[in-house]
Every structure is written in structure tokens, then in C-alpha cells.
Design a protein around this ligand. Sequence first.
Ligand code: GDP
Ligand code: GDP
Length: 455
Amino acid sequence: AAVEGFDVEDVEGAIEAAGHGPLPVLAVVGRPNVGKSTLVNRIIGRREAVVEDKPGVTRDRVTYEAEWAGRRFKLVDTGGWEQDVLGIDASVAAQAEYAIEAADAVVFVVDAKVGATDTDEAVVRLLRKAGKPVVLAANKVDGLSGEADASALWSLGLGEPHPVSALHGRGTGDMLDAVLEALPEAPEQTFGTAVGGPRRIALIGRPNVGKSSLLNKVAGEDRVVVNEIAGTTRDPVDELIELGGVTWKFVDTAGIRKRVHLQQGADYYASLRTAAAVEKAEVAVILIDASESISVQDQRIVTMAVDAGRAIVLAFNKWDTLDEERRYYLERDIETELAQVAWAPRVNVSARTGRHMEKLVPAIETALAGWETRVPTGRLNAFLGELVSAHPHPVRGGKQPRILFGTQAGTKPPRFVLFASGFIEAGYRRFIERRLREEFAFEGTPIHISVRVRE
Ligand code: GDP
Ligand code: GDP
């Protein structure tokens, strides 16, 4: 495509960069203190403080976007562990399990100076069961003298140990090359197996909002448990449920049914689990307790699903408990606290009475339809042309930036690239987003708009 004042390569490059769908997921697992967070920091190439020396620090953020050799992927960091919650082996295992489940490939980090411990062996067993590609990182090999320690890790039976120093960067490039070989181009776990198969739903929300009650209500007796890892004694995690004549896959239902009640550290596990479920799903049904105020935790869960770029449905549960006054305040609360997802379809349900259960599937279908919509370039530019002439960008410093051309580079969620003759202000970008949503029915999906400005 030729755009006035842009090099053809720039235009093509911008479209390609924006055009990716869901990214493959790489999980970084291992015992505490082996250097997982240091490695994640190095891979994402930012000095953003992922590493915290204080044990027991709860982190909200567990997934990051990264790029190596021109390929983009998501990283799941499991460094935010808490020592005294479950005992070391159990907590490492629980974390690794969530992360491995959501991942397309795994980097298993071992401290080469210490060598393989029993806890490491326990993780190796989990990795074997999961059967996902694994790259073994022998960390803390800061110099040549450590190479022998790395070689000793052949004994883990996971293939070649890659000697790295997460701290200094030694060997990390070679290791990442191996990672890219192991990592599928598209997220196999989530979408490869799902092509033509059942759509995947993550039912998420903070504890006690009614996730398991809702699942029981909608599923009735006809629950089919899917154990994707044949021949293991692991808990089944995904379930096939028929709703509205269609079979859906609810991911991570084990987490819904069998909640581990943890005092301390529950937040981190909950975050990790929610992030993992969201990564595995195409659509997130976010359950919110309508009988209570919308909390920071609710908002974090919403943000997680938005950032992951999933289709979103908001379900306000426990509607049976609401009186008129509460309903009034809830509406105000939603307007202010959930403004970031004002576009999401909303259902007001009661898992207890069964109220509006039949509205759930249409809402999910609407959200998925928006998520997958592709606007033809001709239609998009006709719309942009009209919009821009009816509502031009304000004049700044004697100049009036114009949108020259736009194209949708990708779907799931929709991603647009706009080419402009000058800097487009945030307010105007929001205006365009709002009008795009109205015009093309992007209900229930985040949309990404990137703007390229002519030099
Ligand atoms: P995590 O608990 O696995 O996430 O481990 P951290 O990334 O927090 O690292 C634990 C400690 O090991 C920190 O003090 C790091 O500075 C240190 N560390 C991490 N990577 C290396 C490395 O490659 N070499 C050395 N010498 N120390 C490292
Ligand atoms: P989860 O932690 O999100 O899985 O929540 P649960 O399904 O375990 O529900 C937490 C509590 O809320 C339980 O006592 C449920 O009986 C109650 N509950 C769930 N849904 C409803 C509802 O629609 N109305 C009312 N009144 N209570 C509900």
C-alpha cells in the first residue's frame, strides 16, 4: 500500500508489526532464588523492577510481552512465590503447574552453582507429565569456570543444559534461540487445538463471587470432564459444557471447584491462576458480585483480561439480593469503576435462582464476534474519510494533522494502524476509537489502534 509521504517498507512494516493475533506463551519456572525474575527482566529487556529481594512480596503482574529475533511472545513469570504458604515443594509445584498449563513452551531455570535439588526433580516430573517443550537454563554460570556445573545438569534428563548468567547476560542469546525453536509461531495450546473445536471460556472473578455456583447452574448434570493429559492422575482442568445447543470448553474449572483456602499468598496464586486461565481462553466471562462494591481486585482482574486482549463479558451475579437502592448505587459504581470496559456486554444474573442464565451465551457470542471482526480496508477508509472531514483534528501550531490512511492489521482482538500527517492527540484517538466501535460493532473486545506519523 502506498501512503502519501511514507515509504512503502514503513507502511508494510507497521502493518506487519501490528498484525499478530494471540502470542505464544513461554513460562519461566523453577525454585525460588534460582534467578527466574532476573532472567525475565533480561528477556523483556527492561529494568522495570520485577526482581524484589523481599520474600513474600505479592506481585499483581505475572505476564509480560517480549521479543527476540523479531518474534514476539508472552512470558509468564512465576517468581512471585511466597515461602511459607504451602511449604516449598508444594508452592513451587503449584506455581509451576499453573504456568506450565498455560504455556506453549517452558524455560526451566536451575541454579547451576547449587545443582539439581529434590525440588528441581519435582518440577522435572511435572514437566514430563505436561509434555510441553522445555529449555533447560543452567543459571548463575557467570564465567567459564561455571560451565562444568552446567554440564552436570544433563542428569535431569531434559536434554542440553544451556549455561546462562541471567545477571550478566552471558549465554542468554543462545538460550533464547533455543526457546524460539521450541516455541510454536501461534499459541498452540490455546488456538491450535481449538480450531474448529469448542470455543474456550475462562470464568474468572475474585473469590466468592459465585464462579462455581454459576458453573454448576449452567452445566447442570451434563458435565463432561476433559483430561487433556491422558494417562495421568492429575486433576482434570477443562470441562466441556453444552450451553444454548453449543459445546463450550470452560478452562481451569478445577480452580473454580476446588479452591485452596490460603491465608497468606492467596492473592499471588489467584493472580497466577487467573492469568493462566485467561491465556488459555478466547473469551473471559468476568463475574462480579453485585451485592458488594466493585473492588480493586475486580478491577485488576478486568485489567488482566483487557491486557491479554481477550473477548470480555461482564456478569453481575447475586442479582437476587439487590433492592432498588443497591441497584442505583451499583449503576453509579459500574460507570466510574468499570469505565475501561464500558464496551463489554453485560448480563445481570443469579446463580442461585437461575435468573438470566439464557442471556450468557448470546453475550459470549457477541463478544467473540467483535473479537474476530475484520473490517475491509475500503470500508474502513470510507468511514475514516467521512469522520475526519466531519470532525477534523484541532489545529495545533498552525497545522492540522490528518489521518491519511488506515488498515486493520489483525484480529483477536482487532488491531488497527492509522497513518497520519502529524501528531494525533489522545483525545482525538479516543474519539476515533469510540466511533470505530459504534460503526463496526466492536462490542466485547478490546481494540488496539496504533498511529504512525509522517516524518
Ligand atoms: P527467583 O526467585 O527465581 O525469581 O530469583 P531472582 O531472580 O530473584 O534471583 C535470586 C538471586 O540470585 C538474586 O540475588 C539475583 O541477583 C541472583 N542471581 C540471579 N541470576 C544470577 C546470575 O546469573 N548470576 C549470579 N551470580 N546471581 C544471580
Ligand atoms: P466462587 O468462590 O467464585 O466459586 O464462589 P461460590 O460459587 O463458592 O459462591 C460463594 C458464595 O456465594 C456461596 O455461599 C454461594 O452460595 C453464594 N452465591 C453464589 N451465587 C449466588 C447468587 O446468585 N445469589 C446469592 N444470593 N448467593 C450466591
